[in-house]
Design a protein around this ligand. Sequence first.
Ligand code: ADP
Ligand code: ZN
Length: 221
Amino acid sequence: MNIIMLGAQGTGKGTVASAICEQTGMLQISTGDIFRKNISEKTPLGIEADKYISKGNLVPDEITVPMVEDRLTWDDAKNGVILDGFPRTIEQAKKLDEILNAKGEKIDLVINLVTPKDEIIDRMLTRRVCTNPDCKATYNVKLHPPIKEGICDKCGSPLKQRDDDSNPEAIKRRLEIYEEKTSPLVEYYKNKGVLRTETVSISINRMGKDVANDIVKDIKK
Ligand code: ADP
Ligand code: ZN
């Protein structure tokens, strides 16, 4: 089974994906996490990707698509994956279809997370990430704080705010790109009959964990 997480920044794609993975043993592939790991290790890929990421722009397909294609061939991806942050454009979605087609696979489910805009910006500003690139746990100082301030519950490393989350220009740019380039994917996957839209909002007391639990129940049916 292959799943895609869709939704604007700060809707909780990563949270939902990791909760589903924990309960099903599926593998989460987050393109943002792979880029951040490469940036912190100063690999050539990281140095190149950072030129785009720091400004809130998309990393070009020539870098992103082969990176995902390669990751999908690893042994741990055999039992199905949850793609978090990919595809982000119609072109990437078409490439992904080709890659999966060639292996006799397909996208089975697209989880489209929707959150009110004012909440989204607040959630991006209050998001904190673990600085250990092998852990990557995320927190929210308001909604989901760590037990000890500034320290990761899972691995004890310091937490920090992502550079692109502390830069208002980059936040604005990312949300614009989402509207323009990524939101057409909702229609694309709706037409394929695999779209499942879920609202995540404090106003209706429905958070990422609740969505993940409902989806896992349905998957196991
Ligand atoms: P967010 O969804 O909050 O922007 P991500 O962690 O998913 O955060 O991605 C961080 C950055 O990495 C993006 O702003 C973008 O620059 C880059 N990126 C991630 N996934 C892709 C992708 N599929 N295509 C192009 N760039 C990507
Ligand atoms: Zn950690």
